[in-house]
Write a protein that binds this ligand. Structure first.
Ligand code: ADP
Ligand code: MG
Length: 239
């Protein structure tokens, strides 16, 4: 799917959760526009609403009120199988603990979303999986089980899986949270490359130094955007 211009558009987004002492406001009125090719880092203290925001962008969680448009689709109005089909085509998800299926090889993990979405003809799936694994730098690990890979290699496999259906939007929740600092930098570099190739990346992170990687940093505090800063330098220009 080719997507250009504004890829994510959020208006007055609110999410309350029921709690023992009444409703807890996790997101309290967020407006956000993200263009194709941006690499947005979402930062903020624990409990500031980062995961809640990301899950609503993925259509995993429904907003209490407000509008969410992703790749031209009002996803707050989608439900059930239509939402699942939309998500499979549009969103690649990356998690802190990789979430690879342990009994499938790395290549089979990447093929799985193609099998579920049927976006790629069966005879082309393995070839595309190998291409994606090459793209993320672990082609030689294709036929191994995830547990035999390092953490960084597993996260690269998970990123290849997120790209399997050529999803234009990558959403990652603390993808470097379980990696050492050198490996984290290489994963941040990979996201920066994917954004430079036209993917739109929104990443929740606790990384402190995002300069040279993210093109924009959005800071959440108590369910609101407190700061929204675009980088001056071109991504990839880190030295
Ligand atoms: P972050 O990812 O920034 O740490 P979250 O989005 O997970 O923050 O949480 C924001 C707020 O919403 C927190 O106060 C949290 O306790 C609350 N919250 C998140 N998910 C739920 C849930 N499923 N049920 C009730 N409260 C929740
Ligand atoms: Mg979180």
């Amino acid at each position: 799917m080719e997507v250009s211009g504004t890829v994510i558009s959020v208006r007055d987004l609110v999410k309350d959760y029921p709690g023992p002492a009444g409703r807890v406001a996790a997101v309290r009125g967020i407006d956000l526009d993200v263009d194709a090719g941006e690499f947005v880092a979402v930062v903020g203290r624990s409990g500031s609403g980062k995961t809640t925001l990301l899950n609503m962008l993925a259509g995993i969680d429904q907003p209490t009120s407000g509008e969410i448009r992703v790749a031209g689709q009002r996803i707050d109005e989608l439900r059930g199988s239509r939402l699942a089909a939309w998500r499979g085509r549009t969103i690649g998800l990356v998690f802190q603990f990789f979430q690879l299926l342990p009994t499938l090889t790395v290549a089979e993990n990447v093929i799985l979303p193609m099998d579920l979405c049927r976006t790629v003809p069966p005879r082309r799936r393995r070839g595309l999986a190998l291409q994606l694994l090459d793209r993320v730098g672990i082609a030689e690990q294709a036929d191994k089980l995830p547990a035999t890979l390092s953490g960084g290699q597993q996260q690269r496999a998970a990123i290849a899986r997120a790209l399997a259906n050529r999803a234009p939007v990558l959403l990652a929740d603390e993808p470097t949270g379980n990696l050492d600092s050198a490996t984290s930098e290489s994963v941040l570099g990979l996201f920066a490359e994917l954004a430079a190739d036209g993917n739109t990346v929104v990443m929740v992170t606790h990384e402190r130094d995002l300069s040279g990687y993210a093109t924009r940093q959005v800071t959440l505090a108590d369910g609101l955007i407190r700061a929204d800063v675009r980088a001056c330098a071109e991504p990839g220009g880190r030295s």
